[in-house]
Structure formats: C-alpha cells, structure tokens
Design a protein around this ligand. Structure first.
Ligand SMILES: [Zn+2]
Length: 176
C-alpha cells in the first residue's frame, strides 16, 4: 500500500498543516503526498500559477481553451506553507556576502522552475545575520541550491533525504 492511497486529494482538508505526514512511503516510488493520485483531465490549468497539465505532467504552456482548473501541488504547498525541502545557509561568509549568495539561490530556482514547474522556493527567511533558511515545494531544489552555492563559494554542505516524510534537508556553511 502506498502512502498516497491513504490520503484524500486535499491535504488541507485533513488538517495536515504544520506537521509531517505519517505512514511509510514505498522507497522506490518517492511519491509526493501532495500530488493528486487520480489522473487529472487533460488539459488542466492551475488557476494560481497558470501551469498546464499535459501529457501526464505540469508544464509551462499557453493556456488551452476549455481547460479544467485544479490547483497544482506546488501552489498547494505554497498556500499551506508546507515545504518538501529546506535549505539552511549559514556562517560568517554568508553574513558578509548575503545578497550575492541569495541572488545565486534565486537564479538556481528560476532555472529549475523553467524546466520543472513544480519545483519552487516557498520562502526565504533571514533568521539571523549569519543564517538564512530557504523552503521549497519539492525535494530536488535543495540539492541544486547547495551544490551551486558550494561550487561558487566553497564551504561545506550536507544533504539528507527523509524517505518516510518525503522531505529533503540540505545545509551549507562557510566561515569567513
Ligand atoms: Zn500552480
């Protein structure tokens, strides 16, 4: 039994805001519990971001005529502020070069989102002068961000995928 079969199509209706989904996902599937399991009609348009569901995936396409409207899982997570990924950036180097580092982070998101409409930043929070937390709608963007930041500025990164919770955690740190 997959995790997705235990869920309705609307996680908000079940009161999942702010906590992890319980249960065990099949390790091979890595299915996002926010993804709708019932097959969407084609074409379907997300009324919030305009992504179009076509040939089995969400894409950036011109809005088709007579499309159904369904909120995509990325917008759903943004609205719930319920991330699938988190990146923690820290250290004295960040404190002195914050704007530059965050510009790179946003650039990586734009490039990722162009090809993968469901992969986005939910929020960037400045928790302290030397600590920034970035949340994402997906489990792939965190790795892309820390890989890019590490290759541009050095420092140390770590990555951890929580399969059961469908959650990817990445961090980067560099001292001055
Ligand atoms: Zn959307």
């Amino acid at each position: 039994m997959t995790l997705s079969k235990n869920r309705s199509s609307d996680p908000r209706a079940e009161g999942h805001r702010g906590r992890r989904i319980s249960g065990r996902a099949q390790s091979e599937s890595r299915e996002d519990p926010y993804k709708r399991t019932a097959k969407l009609h084609e074409p379907t348009v997300c009324p919030q971001c305009g992504a179009v569901y076509h040939t089995g995936r969400w894409q950036w396409l011109p809005r088709p005529e007579a499309a159904e409207t369904v909120l995509c899982q990325a917008c759903h997570r943004v609205n719930d502020r319920y991330p699938a990924g988190i990146v923690t950036l820290g250290g004295a180097f960040l404190a002195s070069r914050r704007d530059e580092v965050l510009q790179l982070v946003r650039h990586e998101e734009e490039a990722e989102r162009r090809d993968h409409p469901m992969n986005r930043i939910i929020g960037i929070e400045n928790e302290a002068p030397d600590r920034v937390v970035v949340t994402t709608t997906d489990i792939h963007l965190p790795r892309r961000i820390v890989t890019a930041v590490t290759s541009a500025y050095g420092g140390a990164k770590s990555e951890d995928f929580d399969q059961d919770g469908y959650f990817f955690r990445a961090s980067w740190h560099r001292d001055a």
